[in-house]
Ligand binder design. Structure first.
Ligand code: NAP
Length: 250
């Protein structure tokens, strides 16, 4: 148990986060599944993970709020041990809309949940991983989106802009903490089959757009999990400040 690495997956109850949590468990990590409201989904991922014979906890926390984030990391310190990998996976989008119809409140919420969550969780992770604070290093993987580069016109420019901010943070933080034993990288998924598209008002969005993808199909959450787990592994030990575009050629 002493050599067991500990991973926190924010938004680990569903979609890409759930597949990522399960894949880390297969690799022998102790796993913290963070979620916001869907306790049942989080517990069902935990059940699968426990069957791998590794430790697993679920923690309800709104990772866009500093007091929740501090509590999340304290629970992990206490119940699993010091975090070695943080996956900033939490992300939301709202109904497809023209730019001028996006309200100030909506834009603010998107930035708070998609960007502040990454900032706040990464801060707590750096305080534990960094050599200068007595840590033994670690890895942060940020789940961004191809939207950061396409801009998502006529759908959700607010969401795309939040992912652009996440990418800039990935680059800057990677360089700032590289000598402190921490690698920071990003994964930019394309169109992936998850429940997120229903939040945008179009559950079947991936199928509508898949003919525009060079590979002619949408991606599976497990395919994104593979990239995330690789970036967290020793196989990518010289990779930092980098991005994997996992988007079928988009
Ligand atoms: P999803 O299926 O909608 O799942 C979202 C997860 O985030 C859930 O576990 C949810 O918890 C959690 N969550 C939401 N707000 C939270 C908060 N404030 N605090 C803590 N947890 C919160 O999403 P997904 O499609 O797997 O997306 C995962 C990541 O990939 C996101 O960052 C998304 O932007 C990115 N991405 C997805 C796609 C795609 O096509 N699906 C493409 C590009 C990028 P509950 O279960 O409790 O609600």
């Amino acid at each position: 148990m002493n050599n067991e690495k500990v991973v926190i997956v924010t938004g680990g109850s569903r979609g890409i986060g759930a597949e990522t949590a399960k894949l880390f468990a297969e690799k022998g990590y102790a796993v913290c599944i963070n979620y916001l409201t869907n306790r049942e989904a989080a517990e069902s991922v935990k059940e699968v993970i426990l069957q791998q014979g590794v430790r697993c906890i679920t923690v309800k926390a709104d990772v866009s709020l500093s007091k929740d984030v501090e509590r999340l990391f304290e629970i992990v310190d206490r119940d699993l041990g010091t975090v070695s990998v943080l996956v900033n996976n939490t992300g939301i989008l709202k109904t497809q809309a023209c730019f001028e119809d996006i309200s100030e409140a909506r834009f603010s919420e998107i930035l708070r949940i998609n960007v502040m969550s990454c900032f706040l969780c990464s801060k707590e992770a750096v305080k534990r991983m960094s050599f200068k604070y007595g840590g033994s290093g670690g890895v942060i993987v940020n789940v961004s989106s191809r939207a950061a580069q396409t801009g998502s016109p006529n759908e959700y420019v607010d969401y795309a802009a939040s992912k652009g901010a996440m990418d800039t943070m990935t680059k800057g933080l990677a360089m700032e903490v590289a000598a402190e034993g921490i690698r920071v990288n990003g994964v930019r998924p394309g169109l992936i089959y998850t429940e997120m598209h229903a939040s945008g008002g179009e559950a079947m969005r991936v199928d509508r757009l898949k003919s525009k993808i060079p590979m002619q199909r949408g991606g599976e959450a497990k395919e994104i999990a593979e990239s995330i787990v690789w970036l967290a592994s020793d196989q990518s030990s010289f990779v930092t400040g980098s991005f994997i575009d996992a988007a079928g050629g988009l």
